[in-house]
Design a protein around this ligand. Structure first.
Ligand SMILES: [Zn+2]
Length: 197
């Protein structure tokens, strides 16, 4: 039953919202970022960027800008941890101050993200079980209605809490696995109770 529900959601929500921005590959193919590609990674909380995309950020640090939408549960601690994680590969990043657990209500701030210059935007999987994570899909959808973006813009979903059921791209991060772990471990308050390694 679940499978049918997933297929229904995929056919309706995802295809309506994002198909123009997605490549559909039956068999996942390796994603290679070109030197000229500009990538924006949107993270709901400090740590999602490292857990979900610490590998690709370590492989291509100069191509990425990271926008993190909230400070999570503790502004002073999470801000320092984010800074530490991004410093491991000198990644350009920006922290927004949306309300934790209410990201879906934050379009007023979200719409200030300038998406006009990017080739690929990375966001958490649209069916992630965390409310803040999945709400980014709808916020981005709204922004695409009003904001300027490149004609060939692609949207990429990354995994944090929930497995992507039909992945169509993968990134080989074996050469940078220690760098990814370094990023995750920078968020020490978050790994105290969960093992993301
Ligand atoms: Zn999160």
């Amino acid at each position: 039953m679940k499978k049918y529900i997933m297929q229904f959601l995929y056919k309706t929500i995802i295809s309506k919202i994002f198909t123009p921005f997605l490549d559909v590959n039956i068999k996942p193919i390796e994603l290679k970022i070109k030197q000229i590609d500009k990538c924006l990674l949107i993270a709901p909380h400090p740590d999602d960027e490292s857990i979900g995309c610490g590998g690709i950020l370590s492989l291509y640090p100069d191509n990425f800008k990271v926008v993190c939408l909230t400070y999570g549960n503790d502004k002073s601690i999470r801000k320092v941890e984010m800074q530490k994680a991004m410093a491991t590969s000198n990644i350009h990043y920006q922290l927004f101050d949306l309300n934790d657990k209410k990201i879906n209500k934050g379009f007023k701030l979200f719409k200030n993200i300038d998406i006009s210059n990017y080739d690929i935007i990375f966001i958490p999987y649209i069916l992630d079980q965390h409310k803040d994570h999945k709400s980014i899909s709808l916020l981005l959808y709204k922004l695409l209605q009003v904001g300027k973006y490149k004609k060939n813009l692609k949207i990429a979903f990354y995994e944090v809490w929930s497995t992507i059921n039909m992945p169509n791209y993968y990134v080989d991060i074996s050469s940078v696995i220690s760098k990814k772990l370094e990023k995750i471990n920078s968020h020490s308050s978050q790994i105290a109770t969960k093992n993301y390694g």
